[in-house]
Design a protein around this ligand. Structure first.
Ligand code: GTP
Ligand code: MG
Length: 194
């Protein structure tokens, strides 16, 4: 657990709609359906903090939680959901990018990537955006339980090659089995404490 008391504050429509609370942020970004809400629930040790969806594209706003009055946890909307209009996708992208740029100095970002797939265009776009804007992040490679050990290792090697971060910023995780969660949690706790 990365905190004791998680309080939902609001679903914000953008950075201007944020509550004026001066705390560091812990944010989660990644493609629609990658497992953001599931990972947040796992880290919060609850099933119901963030809404887990069968239908991708459920989280359309920036969902903000106050954790122990120590930091704000921000569940960003998943990007790249094909069934949403191009215009809507553009708006989401702008909302996410504005948020990331504006808060970059007070934020820890967890960038989630699905370990089952080859790097996707949308993941590359976010990666390039982060590197270009000098925004630090750690990678959580999600849904590791869905692959054989062999296949997983192959895929992780591909991801590591493409999305370059030091080892201590790369975490293969499964919200289903809990694999890798402790390692990620330990890192987050340390970073939040500093
Ligand atoms: P959006 O809010 O739409 O952007 O999606 P999200 O990134 O929040 O994903 P969410 O946590 O809602 O999970 C999407 C689907 O993947 C759900 O059906 C989850 O149950 C499933 N899922 C998430 N994490 C895991 C995992 O570690 N293992 C397995 N097997 N399934 C997972
Ligand atoms: Mg979600």
């Amino acid at each position: 657990m990365i905190g004791k008391k998680f309080t939902f504050i609001k679903s914000a429509t953008g950075i201007r709609d944020f509550p004026p609370i001066e705390l560091p942020h812990l944010a989660f970004a990644g493609r629609s359906n990658v497992g953001k809400s599931s990972l947040i629930n796992k880290l919060a040790n609850t099933k119901k903090l963030a809404k887990v969806s069968q239908t991708p594209g459920k989280t359309r706003l920036l969902n903000i939680f106050n954790v122990d009055d120590r930091f704000l946890l921000v569940d960003l909307p998943g990007y790249g959901y094909a069934k949403v209009s191009k215009e809507m996708q553009k708006q989401w992208r702008k909302m996410i990018e504005d948020y990331l740029i504006t808060t970059k100095d007070i934020m820890i970002l967890v960038f989630l990537i699905d370990s089952r797939h080859e790097p996707q265009k949308k993941d590359r776009e976010l990666y390039e955006f982060l590197v270009y804007n000098d925004i630090e992040f750690i990678i959580a490679a999600t849904k590791t339980d869905k692959l054989s050990k062999n296949q997983l290792n192959k895929n992780l090697a591909v991801l590591r090659k493409e999305f370059k971060v030091p080892d201590y910023r790369f975490y293969p995780v499964s919200s289903k089995t809990g694999e890798g969660i402790k390692e990620l949690e330990d890192y987050l706790k340390l970073t939040i404490d500093n």
